[in-house]
Design a protein around this ligand. Structure first.
Ligand SMILES: O=C(O)c1ccc(O)c(O)c1
Ligand SMILES: [Mg+2]
Length: 623
């Protein structure tokens, strides 16, 4: 698959954008007109720059408001087009995108549109240029890709084809299956963009909220599958108008973009395999149908089976040790060669890393996941351009495969064992008496605060590298703003990661006011809370108003309600079951949560999240 990206996706100058695209490994780019017009480099220089960077200049765009106009406007439009064709010749470019008229069209007549597009194609032919006609979702008369293609067929000129843009097609819910019927020679260009499902006017949606494939909710694998079946072999190019990407680090965004195409390529191949008639007939060994476009694949990974460990890092670890001890964790000793401690409660393993920079507050530093094969999972992540994390290991210590998540949390891919233990724990506490704790616990979920500019990147990272499934996002009211909350989980819920987008006020604060937490699931939360209280744990104090509201909503048995209130426990219930939980006070940017899931309760106590945010806000501002 030939990969491409439009310069409009990125921040910076044309030169900075081009360099970032080359570093990220794109085959070619679309030059967005604005980027060229504002560039100090003349077209010949841009051409040389591209050649030196090994980048193809695949599409010049956009050319607006050409068709369906009065004769005098047509004349002006042809003159404008010819200027651009001449410019393209200086750039060494041969394809231009012409989008359907949104502003100046006054005549809704396909015969007329076809004759005007024919004139444009003829002129383009004189300059060796190909015109890719794209139906914008908000085009005045042409806003449907099948309509645009009908016009291309009517004109039937070698210099006129169509551009398929997934956003314009999927935002309008047009059926993508008919793409397969398009003559591949007439598909001059393919643009891909994902988007969250939002209910708003399509133009604003398109101009501000497009995201890279895998970061939104469109079925792009199916879209691409139909494109591949049509026989298309040209560039597959990202065209993502997004307010965040346009102001964030250009090289990083380009890598995020590249990751999305690598992932889309794999997903498209999977979609094709799962929908081909050969496999449907059950003949797995039949040779798979080949299409003209070659689709690269990646080493396959299954969802992780569970959390292997969580690691918190601090300069002064005393507070963390105290909290874990009060919660009922047991100290399993220090590592043979590293300055780290192991604390466990049954299968919940927490590493306290003492190697933090001086004066750094306690923070979540790393997460370990149980995967089938750490080396294969790591190879996949690296092919998806995940940065590798190196850790020093001594002889006969387990070698962890590590990658760095977009928020810099280190992700370790570990060998899981069916009984829930971990072999590496033997590297700790030599000579220590290991008394096994009466209580079992597992890591239930981990909640990570995401910097605003890396939120979408994180969704794609965990989807593509770790095979977690994004759930529809929620918004949680907090005193400092709305917190966007995105659950990423496995189908069985064994791994649950909650990504929180802190409001700008929090993210920009000099003090690291955003908070992250690790939640542990136990069998009897009331008993756990009582023991923790007896050990002197400082609970997050829940206001009395909460319990009044809880009673109004759930009509709880008075004794039970009194217990919840006495122990600062939070409660939720839905059709699947019940949820009890409590939070500890925060140290640095970390706090812990204890939960009990009753029945098949699958959520996170969402109605209680605003209470937690408000209480934490309060204690932070009193501190
Ligand atoms: O928003 C626009 O105007 C616009 C321009 C060119 C495109 O290819 C496109 O998809 C949208
Ligand atoms: Mg487009």
């Amino acid at each position: 698959m030939r990969t491409g990206i439009a310069t409009v996706c990125l921040s910076g100058t044309l030169k900075e954008k081009m360099q970032a695209c080359a570093i990220a490994g794109f085959d070619g780019i679309e030059i967005f007109e604005q980027d060229l017009v504002t560039s100090p480099h003349i077209p010949e220089e841009v051409r040389t720059m591209a050649a030196d960077l090994g980048l193809g200049l695949d599409l010049y765009q956009p050319f607006r408001d050409f068709d369906g106009v009065t004769p005098d406007l047509l004349k002006a439009n042809l003159r404008r087009a010819e200027a651009k064709f001449k410019l393209m010749s200086r750039l060494g470019m041969d394809t231009i995108l012409v989008c359907s008229n949104v502003a100046t069209a006054t005549i809704d007549d396909d015969e007329l549109r076809a004759s005007q597009l024919a004139e444009l194609a003829e002129l383009a032919g004189d300059h060796g240029v190909k015109v890719a006609y794209e139906a914008l979702a908000w085009g005045k008369y042409v806003n449907d890709y099948e309509h645009a293609y009908r016009l291309v067929e009517m004109v039937d000129h070698p210099n006129l084809g169509t551009c398929l843009d997934s956003f314009h097609i999927l935002s309008r819910d047009w059926d993508t299956a008919p793409i397969e019927q398009i003559n591949a020679e007439k598909i001059f260009f393919v643009q891909v963009a994902d988007a969250p499902k939002l209910s708003m006017d399509v133009l604003s949606w398109s101009r501000h909220y497009r995201v890279f494939p895998g970061e939104g909710q469109f079925d792009l694998a199916k879209f691409m599958g139909h494109v591949v079946r049509a026989g298309y072999t040209g560039p597959v190019s990202l065209e993502v108008f997004n307010d965040v990407f346009r102001q964030s680090d250009v090289e990083r965004t380009a890598v995020d973009a590249m990751r999305s195409l690598i992932w889309l390529e794999e997903q498209s191949a999977k979609w094709l395999a799962s929908t081909s008639s050969e496999t449907a007939a059950g003949n797995g060994s039949a040779s798979r149908r080949r299409y003209p476009m070659e689709l690269a694949t990646l080493p396959k990974v299954n969802e992780p089976a569970g959390f292997n460990f969580a690691e918190v890092k601090a300069d002064d670890t005393a507070q963390l040790e105290k909290l874990l001890g009060q919660l009922g964790f047991e100290f399993e000793g220090r590592h043979r060669t590293k300055d780290v401690q192991l604390w466990t409660m049954g299968q919940a393993r927490v590493i306290i890393n003492e190697q933090a920079a001086s004066h750094s507050e306690p923070a979540i530093a790393a997460l370990g996941f149980d995967v089938d094969s750490p080396v294969i999972a790591s190879a996949r992540a690296q092919q998806l351009k995940a940065p590798v994390v190196a850790r020093k290991v001594q002889a006969d210590e387990e070698v962890f495969q590590g990658i760095s998540a977009p928020d810099s949390t280190e992700i370790f891919l570990c060998q899981g064992s069916p009984d829930g233990t971990a072999a590496w724990t033997h590297e700790f506490g030599e000579g220590l008496e290991h008394v096994s704790s009466a209580q079992n616990a597992v890591i239930d979920h981990v909640n990570l605060a995401q910097p605003w500019q890396h939120f979408d990147e994180a969704v794609l990272f965990y989807t593509s590298a770790l095979a977690l499934e994004p759930q529809p996002f929620a918004e949680v009211p907090s005193p400092s703003g709305l917190v966007r909350s995105q659950v990423m989980e496995t189908t069985d819920g064994a791994v649950r990661l909650v990504l929180n987008l802190a409001p700008a006020q929090q993210a920009q604060s000099a003090r690291k006011t955003y908070q992250e937490h690790i939640a542990f699931a136990v069998g009897d939360l009331v008993a756990t809370a009582r023991s923790a209280r007896d050990r002197g744990l400082e609970f997050l104090q829940i206001p009395a108003n909460y319990y009044e509201d809880l009673d109004a909503r759930f009509d709880l048995e008075p004794g039970f309600l009194a217990t919840l209130k006495e122990l600062n426990l939070l409660y939720d219930r839905d059709a699947n079951g019940e949820f009890l939980h409590f939070y500890t006070a925060t140290v640095g940017s970390v706090f812990f949560e204890m939960v009990e899931r009753r029945g098949n309760y699958d959520g996170y106590g969402a109605p209680n999240a605003p209470v937690r945010h408000a209480v934490q806000y309060d204690s932070l501002h009193r501190a």
